[in-house]
Design a protein around this ligand. Sequence first.
Ligand code: GLC
Length: 429
Amino acid sequence: MQTQESLEEARRVLRANDRGGFTIPTAGLYPFQWLWDAGFTALGWMRFDEPRAWAELETLFLGQWENGMLPHIVFHRPEETYFPGPERWGVTRTPPTSAITQPPVVATFVRSMLEQAQDQALAEAKARSLYPRILAYHRWFKRERDPENTGLVTVLHPWETGADNSPAWDEALARVEVDPALPPYTRRDTAHVDPSQRPRQAEYDRFLTLLEVYKRAGFDQLRLLRECPFRVASLLIDCVLHRANRDLLWLSERLGFGHEAEIAGWLKASQRGIEGLWDEEAGLYFNRDLVTGEPIRVGVSASFLPLYAGTASPERARRLLDTLEGWAQRVRYLVPSTDPHSPRFEPQRYWRGPVWAVVNYLIALGLAEYGYPEAALRIRRDTLELVQKSGFSEYFHPLTGAGLGGSSFSWTAAIYLVWSQSPSASGWV
Ligand code: GLC
């Protein structure tokens, strides 16, 4: 595909996935609105329809809970093609939602949307109306997921991390005993996508066992912090939240809300928390198992995200770049979701190896900000090439560049729109 043609196609993908105020990731496989997908998709809409971009986020917040939690799926309307749907989650709300969250990209993207908007009056009004809801969400993280102020959020489900079957969760998930009374179910994902590109059955049984744990606990977060058998600190959540808090602080100042001191307190704690995940020997950050307290020693793409958070020292940033260069020797396209030297690397199985455009975007942004524009450009070039070669796939094979998972995928189209239209240095976001 030529660039012009691909741009037109990217817009077509978003329009085709638009269900009126919310954009589904892709028809069939993911027919509802997902939290972090909505954030990236809003950035894509911003390139050709600003009111539609803001609507994406407003619609997402229709699913927010009274306690501030922003759920990872909002089931705006019934659909038969997906499991687990609202009945299985057992959340009785309108609109129905899931009961867990996802990487909180929203504050950061609201800031960048406000900064780049052509229609400043609209952008300011929308940012002002979203701000209190984002603040309530971030307060929920602090109050209910880090009540002891460790600086790291406790994550209760692999789905919360956005990287569902990452090898980082293998041991922590294996410890979850499959509920012998687990109600029977039929997976729908493997009807849409080749099973060799999806999580394994043993993982699915545990994913669903965790839902039963939440229901039994009445979704009481503080109780789950003690009782949930799966508890990890995830770089995807902590780094995205750290940056989101930096941007929330910026918004508070810019819009005159006056919450800077409170947010600065969170940042101080998360700066310390994230830097505590550094591993000097590996030259990488590792996720942590919060049940055992041990680092999870497998390199994953999220291991580079302290660059995006902005917490890494210049020395650590340099080490991360060396590590990334080592990975680049093993694959044709950056950034594989798992260290390609690891025995756990599986180049076509979902979060165990494939390249994801959205994570590339976050890593490249971090590299550019730390003064490594060539590395950032390499990642951007690889991503654009993958799309031109294989279309708007959900994820890509890091060795062959083949498109994997769902097709006509919204967030891949969104990243394409953002990256192919902003060649300037200031155009990273
Ligand atoms: C998968 C991904 C998750 C994404 C969702 C919708 O569950 O792992 O990160 O948000 O699909 O695209």
